[in-house]
Design a protein around this ligand. Sequence first.
Ligand code: SAM
Length: 233
Amino acid sequence: YISATNIYEHPKYPRVYVVELEDGSSRLATKNLVPGKRVYGEHLFKWSDGEYREWNAYRSKLAGALVKGLKELPIKEGQKILYLGAGSGTTASHISDIIGLKGMIFAVEFAPRVMRELIVVADDRPNIVPILEDARFPMRYRMVVEEVDGLYADIAQPEQASIVADNADMFLKNGGWLLLAIKARSIDVTAEPSDVYKKEIETLTRRGFEIVDVVHLEPFDKDHAMVYAIYRK
Ligand code: SAM
């Protein structure tokens, strides 16, 4: 344990916390739904009202987006969320802390090796439903996933925006939110990041998303930006 000198709710992002450390630095955190358990080697902080887990902006693009000042955090307690590309559950675990036991994450991941780690996380967290499927084929999991308040996508695929829109058509409610991690840099280092993701943004707009905010994730992640949008069916 490193000890915290103060922990308080983030002034802009409800159910996200700021942990102040002895050296004067501060970190983001969420309140641990499963006290005593770590998911990816993160620091745990004991406080008078429970235990908090450091939310590392270098490991989670969503934490990076918050540190970089995303306009607001649309994820709220009790929400149902479809997560495409959940990986081993690093970010999903923090979303699980935020939505609490009344919420639900439908976590789609198609790599079996990664899925094994996600299942370990979901074993402790009843608000994560792991789904071993390919996000390109939402029909295959339509019987498992309910209508959702939000869609979080981090699948690192070329046709990501259209995959996201296909999933939104099937599962996202009217007025629901989208958080999408998109590649902000191509192999061609001379191309402007804006050229690289312009096409994805255009696809989103054409498919009914209103873009609310885009934040670049450097220095936490040099290659990505986070898009926040609202869906109008
Ligand atoms: N979002 C995770 C986090 O923040 O903890 C990291 C996700 S990683 C960057 C991208 C993941 O998407 C990989 O685990 C990969 O296997 C998965 N993925 C890529 N294409 C996919 C697809 N078509 N369907 C489901 N999962 C996919």
